[in-house]
Design a protein. Structure first.
Length: 105
């Protein structure tokens, strides 16, 4: 448990971990790398050029996902189905019914 006496209120604009990982710079770097590259996918023998310049990164990712699904990748098929049809409701069945004991704290 934390020692409350050691806790100090953070001031507006104060950075507590200046050498920590900057998540935004990593995301921006990845986005720049994706936008800088062009690639082609092949679906049913037809070659499709995908231009990622101009912010079409999502379109390029979807195109790659579709290519993977048409090549028989079950995880890609599952992802497309989950995104378009919604995830199926999962049920859990048990062999015996147990009463839940409530504990007041």
């Amino acid at each position: 448990m934390a020692n409350v006496s050691n806790l100090k209120k953070i001031k507006k604009g104060e950075v507590r971990n200046p050498n920590g990982i900057n998540q935004y710079s990593a995301m921006n770097e990845l986005r720049e790398m994706l936008e800088a590259s062009n690639f082609a996918i092949e679906i049913n023998g037809k070659r499709i050029e995908v231009d990622t310049k101009g912010g079409n990164v999502r379109k390029a990712m979807f195109a790659k996902l579709i290519q993977m699904a048409t090549d028989g990748d079950m995880r890609a098929i599952q992802e497309i189905m989950n995104r378009t049809e919604g995830k199926p409701i999962e049920t859990v069945r048990t062999h015996e019914i147990q009463e839940i004991e409530l504990i007041e704290i």
